[in-house]
Design a protein around this ligand. Sequence first.
Ligand code: GDP
Ligand code: MG
Length: 602
Amino acid sequence: IPIERIRNFSIIAHVDHGKSTLADRLLEFTGAITKNSGQNQVLDKLQVERERGITVKAQSVSLLYNYKGNEYLLNLIDTPGHVDFSSEVSRSLSACQGVILVVDANDGVQAQTVANFYLAFGKDLTIVPVLNKIDLKNADPDRVTKQLQSLFDIEPQEVLRISAKLGTGIQSVIEALIERISPPKVDRTAPFRALLFDSWFDKYRGALSLIYIQDGEINVGDEVQSCHSQKTYSIKSLSLLRPQEVVTKKLVAGQIGLIGCNMRTSKEAFIGDTIHLSSCPVEPLQGFEPPQPMVFAGVYPMDQSQHVNLRSAIDKLTLNDSAVSVDIDSSPALGQGWRLGFLGLLHLEVFSQRLQQEYGAEPILTAPSVTYKITLKETKQNIKTGREIFVNNPALWPDTVHIEETFEPMVIGTIITPDKYLGPIMSLCMERRGVQRNATNIDNDRVMLQYDLPLCEIIIDFHDSLKTISSGYASFDYEDNGYQSSNLVKLRILLNGTAVEELSNIVHISKAQSIGRKMVLKLKEMIPRQMIQIAVQAVCNGKILARETIKAYRKDVTAKLYGGDVTRRMKLLAQQAAGKKKMRMVANISLPRETFIDVLKK
Ligand code: GDP
Ligand code: MG
């Protein structure tokens, strides 16, 4: 297929606005899958994605379509919609010349619509605006068209109206793609040059990488080299995704394809790398900004016998998800483990769910933390040096006497909401130490708010709280905004007088008391009664802020059963045994596996 008949595009949208459904319709319409094959949301491959209804991993597929007598190759890259994954969206967009911006004709423009629009706009991509769900009774496409016009200067006549669910208007989408988006600027006669933009680990074939071929061509057996590592590999397999793998001997510029080349370890497939023929070095393509992990948590095996298995599971999953950063960590209570960095809390939860589902690993996760900046009181030859350190693990927080000043990472949060929820939303932002930047009406009864917020205040349950107080109508997205000086202290949790570092937490001084109180109550609720009485204390700068006691339990849970119903007794004993398995001994007390992360949730 000649280059003029190639289109590389992505679908971007706020979560649930219908990206995956539209992708399925495009696959059906072009004959890549058969209608009513029961394969809903073909591109959402992972089990977690199906369960949570979100797209985590960007997937790509090549479609063929005959338009006005010519065959076109349409390369579709599916992107995740959730705020945590905006770096994956950005990565996918680097291989595209245009995007379909899907907006729910009922919900209208939402926070991620705004964020995604600017990502695409910033990369100078052609934007094809599409209103979806026009079949809904409450759909108001005219109103949403006006929102697009007032926020993004989009001309109303450019906006398509479809129902991905019913399959109406799909042809108009394909034709708009072909007519409006320009073909890629590639050179098939130049030496081979390709962008590695995604990679995952296949249990049987090792690392597989998705590449976008900018120049030249590649054949099975060719020797390639990575610009990043300088390592060379021999190409073992080449394939196209349609959406099932179609093996091929050759890939040419303008195509997106999958390469297998015997990369042995997770670390070798570097997202954003440029690949070329070993015999023919090239100028690297512009890569991506590496995603910055924002939220860190300790990950430990339930017991050290599982250490090796957990390590190999983490290695494989991080190949699949290069946004996760990995450092070795150890803790007095939990032993050898890792400190992993994630893009956000959902990203962390998805990662741990995948460890469980795909690799059967059941690790302990500690409470998430952000990266704080500290200047130290240090004097060298009587001169204050004010050395700067970064700490993402509360266990490594320096002693108060050494601290000169503390800083915390900030974000600019964007919230779009119907104006009737404005009051409670503004209170929530205040409670989270937010400072309002501006408020804009986007139509008669909808407002866009922007707040400066500390990152640590939004990583745990901000999004959930926002959804609850707005009956699900408010949406949220955020971007990084550097560090700000802030009065931070370490809140320690003591169990029977022993500090449990894994439960300690960095908090703003104004909130130490209330968070300490909440954590203690939550622990009282979460820790089951045991043989000994347990005192739970929250301590800050040597002062006890809160205390609760968990009474010792009755020896035998079945003793209280009169009559001795045997099956009931067996069941209870089995439950007790199963319960024990998921416990971890810390300071002579057994804690449920989830304690470390759940203690901070409401
Ligand atoms: P994504 O999160 O953007 O990938 O959204 P999905 O494609 O998973 O769709 C979210 C929900 O909206 C699903 O329950 C779909 O069935 C539904 N949906 C998608 N398109 C339409 C449509 O055109 N009309 C209606 N009524 N529902 C739709
Ligand atoms: Mg989806």
